[in-house]
Design a protein around this ligand. Structure first.
Ligand code: BGC
Ligand code: NOJ
Length: 812
């Protein structure tokens, strides 16, 4: 069935262009690259925060609202009796034209109504703690226009969690100051806070409002604020209740005339002894300075150019030209962009993650950095140190940490037995990209306790040891609280609906619950660890770990093979999970992915059989499901996985994150056609073309989960943006399909392609070198026949690293 379209890609500008504001779900973008961040929907909904979406929320947002996506940075334009917004919401006045362009860290929303065009460019300038909103009003009619313009932001009382619940206190704490065209939000500044926010416009204002009830009206909505409807600001001064910021500006525009207004939403921190300029008056020096940097169109345009140049640089590091636009736009633009966003946010703030629940995940961040490390290696380096600093001396680790404090999150604690392995995964990727082995000598504490520091290498070692020291009866890794699949809770046993599966105290005494997924992960990262040890001359340690890896391979072959695929796990009592003998969920994807990536039993045909079984039992039109058949009832011994209805989330949803594992398995096995067909099924640009309505969420990024074949509506996506899928899609396509793989001494070239692939080029910056690589597949799926580097033949598949510009020709 032909599906309605809501937008299209504009590759030249690296934008997705939304042409209908009533998308099937808010289609959002992220602004900001390091400290100050905003989420912005295609109707300008969303919010801003500084570093931590929970503890430093600057503007308020209500999730799961009615109507959807209500609240944001709104401009109300009153033209005679008509009130409208450039982004359609909240007034929803029908527009003569609407367009939203989501680009690389910026969004431009344009609306036209009755001869007036309003275009707003939203972005966060590099290294600045503010969101710029550059509004351009243009009179396209033949008459003089007298417009009344109202801006609108609603302050959050900083802690996004208590902001939503502690009203007995909140309604009495709100405080603001007004100075000229700037409205300052200073709730709790008098006591323990040293930070405030402001909302400024670079022109004289004719009025303002700071009290929500006065501006909107107690029983009105954002769609019809009383002050706007009457065209009269109240000049209200908030004391408690809900402080807001609204400027009122009278604008006269002659025919053809246009005017810019620069609005700034800023965040400031002051030193303790410089908090006040007079009793009760906040010190505004830094705010004034920030405003002065961005108070004209010229200054703002320059800051925008700098931001765009920054993205040029980032996206010039890996560029493919394949002749397939759908592939190129994902590889060159959107996949890399999503990797940066997930690296920044982990799983904290999206339109599915409330920003209050989860900090930075230990395993999540290690995986995310693989999608990002080629762009800004120093940030990846710092992230590795931050993550490792939350490890415990026994190699276990906090499952999450808070970005503001960098401390482990006690609410969730540790005990997820896959976590330690991911530190090796992340660190190895970092060193291969940069050649920077010095990171291994960094002194890194345990649980952030000063005085406990050991080298990062030591952290890697205890990570490996944590697996070996926690083996079960089949000599396979004990699963702990859960492995990558947070919902396979084999030691949980919960009948209490008020308990969270994630935090319930697990039974560990006497458990036999083992994970084949960790087994595969251990073999993959173990091989990497062994190679690393050899590289740095730790041959004894390499030999020790090689033995453990070999033992694990044996254990999988002996106790982890079900005949046609790898088992998933053993439960608390030592019974098989993911076996043909089970009634439901006979096969799971995670162990197929990791054990094929580890190539366990390839020589005995296990890998090929496992991959075939994925195609036979897991694959459907929209990707591969997590398990099959789905669980149809809650199983006390399995936990959350069986709590989901069939086809959703971890119960047989297409959990996109793990599809690339099988795809890499396919690539290693040389099955390029199969690898590509799995890949294209979940590649956003392919989905975009066919399924905008069904898919529902943003068509320019991957989402965590697409409803699987057993679901009510297969193909419907959820949890867009913040997902390990981004990094895994990147890792898969850049290194395994297109086959450009950083290695310690150079770049390994080993593509795995569908036989229909034509010649392609990849431009890759690597350390101090630039490579122009041309690949001639000649209809072959795998296997490099010859490589030349600057015209000279290379032996093997690694082109040795030397600084400078190089041309590489590859024949398959
Ligand atoms: C979800 C998982 C998630 C976990 C931790 C579960 O409800 O299904 O995908 O990782 O919560 O937040
Ligand atoms: C989402 C979590 O962020 C991730 O850590 C986990 O592995 C997957 N869900 C699967 O449960």
């Amino acid at each position: 069935m032909e599906q309605k379209r809501y937008g299209h890609f504009d590759d030249q500008h690296r934008e997705y262009v939304i042409t209908d504001p009533q998308t099937p779900w808010p289609w959002i973008n992220y602004l900001g690259n390091e400290d100050f961040f905003s989420l912005i929907s295609n109707t300008a909904g969303g919010y801003s925060f500084y570093k931590d979406a929970k503890f430093r929320r600057i503007t308020r947002y209500r999730y799961n609202n009615v109507p959807m996506d209500n609240g944001g940075r709104y401009f109300y334009i009153k033209d005679g009796d008509t009130v409208w917004n450039p982004g359609w919401k909240p007034c929803k006045t029908p527009l003569d034209f609407y367009e939203c362009r989501h680009g690389m860290s910026y969004t431009r929303i344009t609306g036209r109504k009755n001869g007036v065009e309003a275009s707003v460019l939203f972005f966060v300038p590099l290294k600045k703690w503010c969101e710029v909103q550059k509004l351009t009003l243009k009179n396209e009619s033949n008459e003089v226009k007298q417009l009344k313009l109202f801006s609108f932001e609603e302050w959050c009382l900083w802690n996004a969690a208590t902001d939503m619940e502690n009203f007995q206190r909140n309604f009495s704490t709100g405080e603001v100051e007004i100075e000229g065209s700037t409205i300052y939000h200073k709730t709790e500044y008098r006591e323990r806070r040293n930070h405030y926010a402001f909302y400024h416009v670079n022109t004289e204002i004719q009025g303002f409002d700071t009290d929500r009830e006065t501006f909107v009206g107690l029983y009105n909505e954002f769609a019809d604020p009383q002050a706007v409807i009457e065209g009269k600001p109240r000049n209200s001064h908030a004391h408690g209740w809900s402080p807001i910021a609204s400027h009122y500006i009278e604008v006269t525009l002659n025919p053809g005339e246009s005017k810019d207004f620069i609005f700034l939403l800023g965040y400031i921190e002051n030193e303790q002894d410089e908090k006040f300029s007079a009793p009760q008056v906040i010190n505004k020096k830094k705010a004034h300075a920030l405003i002065a940097e961005l108070d004209t169109t010229e200054k703002v345009d320059r800051a925008f150019d700098v931001l765009c140049a920054y993205w040029d640089t980032l996206l010039n590091i890996y560029k493919v030209k394949s002749g397939n636009d759908k592939l190129d736009r994902m590889v060159n633009i959107w996949n890399q962009y999503q990797c940066m966003v997930t690296f920044n946010f982990s799983r904290s703030a999206s339109f599915f993650e409330s920003g209050v629940g989860r900090g930075m995940g230990f395993r999540d961040s290690n995986q995310d950095l693989v999608g990002f490390v080629h762009q800004i290696p120093p940030r990846a380096r710092q992230r590795i140190i931050d993550i490792a600093s939350t490890q415990f001396p026994d190699g276990g680790c906090y499952h999450q940490y808070q970005p503001l404090t960098k401390r482990g999150n006690n609410d969730i604690g540790g005990g997820f037995n896959d976590d330690p392995c991911w530190l090796i995964f992340g660190t190895v990727a970092y060193i291969k990209e940069t050649g920077d082995f010095t990171i291994l000598d960094e002194m890194v504490p345990f649980d952030n306790q000063p005085g406990t520091e050991v080298t990062l290498f030591e952290h890697l070692k205890i990570s490996m040891d944590h697996v070996i020291k926690n083996l079960g009866p089949h000599m396979l890794p004990l699963i702990g609280r859960a492995d990558w699949n947070d919902c396979l809770n084999l030691n949980c046993f919960s009948w209490d609906p008020n308990e969270s599966f994630q935090t319930t105290e697990n039974v560990s005494e006497g458990t036999k619950a083992e994970s084949l997924m960790i087994a595969g992960l251990f073999v993959v990262t173990g091989k990497d660890y062994v190679a690393l040890c050899q590289k740095i001359g730790k041959t004894d340690e390499a030999a020790r770990m090689q033995q453990a890896v070999d033992a694990m391979i044996d254990a999988v072959k002996k106790h982890g093979w079900d005949g046609e695929w790898y088992l998933r796990a053993y439960d608390f009592y030592g019974r098989k999970i993911g076996s043909n003998e089970c009634d439901e969920a006979k096969i799971f994807i995670e162990s197929q992915g990791w054990c094929t990536m580890a190539e366990i039993g390839a020589e005995d045909g296990m890998v090929a059989k496992s991959l075939d079984s994925c195609k036979k039992y897991l694959e459907c039109e929209h990707g591969m499901v997590l398990n099959n058949p789905a669980f149809t009832k809650y199983i006390y011994e399995y936990g959350e996985i069986s709590s989901y209805p069939e086809g959703y989330k971890e119960n047989a949803g297409i959990f996109c994150h793990n599809n690339p594992w099988v795809i890499i398995g396919e690539c290693l096995a040389g099955r390029g056609n199969d690898a590509w067909s799995h890949y294209a099924k979940i590649l956003p640009s392919y989905v975009e073309e066919k399924y905008q309505t069904l898919h529902k969420v943003e068509p320019y990024v991957n989402c965590q989960m697409v409803a699987g074949k057993d679901a009510y509506k297969p193909g419907e996506g959820k949890n867009s943006w913040l997902t390990g899928t981004a990094a895994w899609m990147w890792y898969t396509v850049s290194e395994f399909i297109l086959g450009i793989k950083p290695d310690y001494d150079g770049i390994r070239i080993d593509p795995c392609l569908p036989e229909t692939a034509g010649d392609y080029t990849v431009q890759r910056k690597f350390r101090e070198a630039d490579y122009d690589i041309t690949i001639h597949p000649n209809g072959s799926q795998k296997g490099v026949k010859s490589i030349t580097l600057d015209g000279q033949p290379v032996t093997g598949t690694v082109i040795p690293y030397t600084p400078g510009h190089h041309t590489v020709e590859v024949t398959m």
